[in-house]
Design a protein around this ligand. Structure first.
Ligand code: CMC
Length: 427
């Protein structure tokens, strides 16, 4: 670690402390920069800014490493469950058997929605995007669960966290049911978190619901792969909203809104739409050429990442899971061939090599979700469901941080300087 950093600005040297984490790059602590130099830093997109201290998730983008509380994502995806990872993210350690049972039991006891919320759904147009519904319904939860909105009370914070993790599957499944005009299916607490979600989504009151355990396991794994990802745009949104003291339901609604964008969680929907539009492998070169053309706004969706300059470890697990699910369901999807060939062609193309653009988590997930029966509009809703655990864990961490302040960036002002108002007749 460097002892410190010195900035020469004008004719004055100012020293700054350097802090080291347990792993990863050091940070230069510039909190006193403005007071000491009268200047701000300029970093739109936060490409060089650590906005907080966190002990949850670590990414080494050059090596393609993702750790949750120190555990590699590959091991968690292979051997653990989404409930276990949720406990880990929220509490810092893997649960023992009794702790996991207790946690799963607690979550299952919060799965129902206030009955009046069903009326809330009916206010949406039938063709509303599930993410629009999720933003609205999650934001509205604060109107129904007042007893868990006092953010200064750790117990209320934990109850709100459990409620959000537990209710997201119900909310997402109801958004889907509403869009297709089927009756809402109530949760069943004897089923696992993911099995229950599948039943609420695809089950109907008229018959029993059966699902291949491979499908349940695959979706649970997809949830694990999306559970948290350090200070990404939606997590930073949740933290920023929470920094003002806003209630947890409002903060998570803000995160959902941010996640919806095609550069973030909306990319899984966009990636599958793109693969379908390409349709056959012979059309891939045309799309690669478009992605490389600076005059064409088209980008390869599911490719590239702000942090990963190597293969996204989540994409490797996802690619393996596609095969498992297609085999289990006896489905052969030509889009998978297009994806494999597109990946190979891009990874051998100098443009993608030079810019270090690799498949990200969204490249393969849509193929699996589509094989399971989810329409593309539900893909980002599933991302939101899984990311909720990361959001609430990060939100809790932020509120417990004694250094926490309201997030309030500054700017480089380039507008007009002071001028006098001119009456409209004189303009
Ligand atoms: N296709 C073609 N060119 C690309 C792509 C792509 N998918 N991604 C980046 N580039 C080029 C970009 O044009 C730029 O070129 P140049 O330096 O010549 O201007 C260079 O690579 C760097 O891109 P950037 O936009 O400056 O990088 P960023 O870190 O701001 O953006 C990104 C990261 C993920 C928004 C971007 O790679 C992208 O738009 N990818 C497609 C959307 C996508 O798959 N998003 C999901 C991200 S992973 C899941 C999640 O976290 O939500």
């Amino acid at each position: 670690m460097a002892d410190g950093a010195t900035l020469r600005f004008g004719n004055k040297d100012t020293a700054f402390a350097v802090r080291s984490g347990t792993t990863g790059p050091d940070v230069i602590d510039i909190r006193k920069l403005y007071a000491q130099t009268g200047a701000f830093t300029f970093d739109p997109g936060f490409t060089s800014t650590a906005s907080c201290e966190s002990g949850l998730t670590f990414i080494d983008g050059d090596e393609g490493v993702l750790l949750h509380r120190g555990y590699p994502i590959e091991q968690l995806a292979e051997d653990s469950s989404f409930m276990e990872v949720s406990y880990l993210l929220l509490n810092g350690e893997l649960p023992g058997k009794a702790e996991l049972d207790r946690f799963s039991h607690t979550i299952s006891r919060h799965t129902m929605l206030h009955e009046q919320l069903a009326n809330f759904y009916r206010g949406f147009r039938r063709d509303a995007h599930p993410m629009a519904i999720m933003c609205g319904v999650v934001g509205a939860l604060s109107a129904f669960y007042h007893d868990s909105t006092d953010i200064s009370d750790p117990r209320q914070r934990m109850i709100a966290s459990h409620r959000l993790i537990a209710k997201m599957p119900t909310i997402a499944a109801m958004a889907y049911k509403y869009s297709i005009g089927q009756p809402f299916i109530y949760p069943r607490n004897d089923l696992s978190y993911t099995h229950n979600f599948l039943r609420m989504t695809f089950g109907v009151p008229a018959e029993d619901y059966h699902v291949d355990p491979v499908v349940v396991r695959a979706l649970d794994r997809i949830f694990i792969l999306h559970a948290d990802h350090e200070q990404n745009a939606s997590t930073s949104t949740v933290r920023l909203a929470g920094s003002s003291g806003a209630n947890p339901f409002a903060c998570i609604a803000a995160g959902i809104a941010c996640l919806w964008g095609p550069a973030h969680g909306g990319a899984n929907e966009a990636a599958l739409n793109m693969l379908r539009e390409i349709g056959t492998p012979d059309r891939i070169p045309h799309y690669i050429a478009r992605a490389k053309d600076k005059n064409d706004p088209f980008r390869l969706m599911g490719f590239g990442h702000r942090v990963y300059k190597n293969y996204d470890p989540r994409a490797s697990v996802m690619q393996k899971t596609v095969r498992e699910v297609l085999t289990a369901l006896g489905v052969s999807d030509p889009v998978f061939d297009v994806a494999l060939q597109l990946e190979e062609m891009a990874l051998n193309d100098p443009y993608f090599i030079e810019k270090k653009l690799f498949p990200n988590v969204d490249f393969y997930s849509g193929i699996i979700l589509s094989a399971m029966g989810f329409p593309t509009t539900m893909f980002t809703a599933l991302f939101a469901l899984a990311r909720t655990v990361g959001w609430v864990a990060q939100w809790n961490e932020m509120i417990s941080d004694p250094d926490q302040k309201i997030g309030r960036p500054r700017q480089l002002y380039t507008g007009p300087t002071r001028r006098d108002y001119v009456a409209v007749e004189a303009r």
